[in-house]
Design a protein around this ligand. Structure first.
Ligand code: PRP
Ligand code: MN
Ligand code: MG
Length: 181
């Protein structure tokens, strides 16, 4: 049941707030990558919205690529052991890589990914994430571009799902406990 009225608790970041912040991040990225042609790596599926919106706000010439990864581990918590479900199409040797994520929760997925992409000989590897749960971070991760630091709550929308639902919402909202309880 996709009842926006009762399934969602509170809108944490409105569509307007998200788009305004992404515009700021895009400007920052443009400044940092002047004269460069970075490969943007979106992490499927959550990052689809951020990649689409961020890249349209940027002027830097980019190459768009995607990876799909899956965290091994029990239950819903990621373990940091990652399996590649879909690898990059491009060779990133000597290239500037910008990983784009919807959210950093534990940071374990990204810390594995950064190590993996550096091992392929990328010249630089930086991270842009729309959201970061600061309290939930276990990995020591250097994140260059962050949209919003949010509380450690179950959030959906703007790419983020609960059982594959709610990804299409243009805003970020907390899920009412009765939905996942
Ligand atoms: C979510 C989210 C990040 C990752 C963050 O993806 O989109 O990719 O978890 O978790 P971490 O910081 O604890 O590693 P998920 O594995 O749910 O796949 P999805 O993007 O397809 O929803
Ligand atoms: Mn994801
Ligand atoms: Mg998910």
């Amino acid at each position: 049941a996709k009842d926006m009225g009762t399934d969602l608790e509170e809108i944490l970041i409105s569509e307007e707030q998200m788009q305004a912040r992404l515009a700021e991040m895009a400007a920052e990225i443009d400044k940092d990558y002047q004269g460069k042609r970075p490969i943007v790596v979106g992490v499927l599926k959550g990052a689809v919205m951020v990649v689409a919106d961020l890249l349209r706000k940027m002027h830097t010439e980019t190459l768009m690529d995607w990876m799909a990864v899956s965290s091994y581990g029990s239950g819903t918590k990621s373990s940091g052991v990652v399996r590649i479900l879909k690898d990059l199409d491009s060779d990133i040797q000597g290239r500037d890589v910008l990983i784009v994520e919807d959210i950093i929760d534990s940071g374990l997925t990204l810390s594995w990914l950064v190590t993996n992409l550096k091992a392929r000989g990328a010249a630089t590897v930086q991270i842009a994430a729309a959201l970061r749960k600061k309290e939930a971070m276990k990995a020591d991760l250097d994140v260059r571009y962050v949209g919003f630091d949010i509380p450690n709550k179950f959030v959906v929308g703007y790419g983020l799902d609960f059982a594959e639902q709610y990804r299409n919402l243009p805003f970020v909202a907390t899920l009412a406990p009765h939905v996942y309880a």
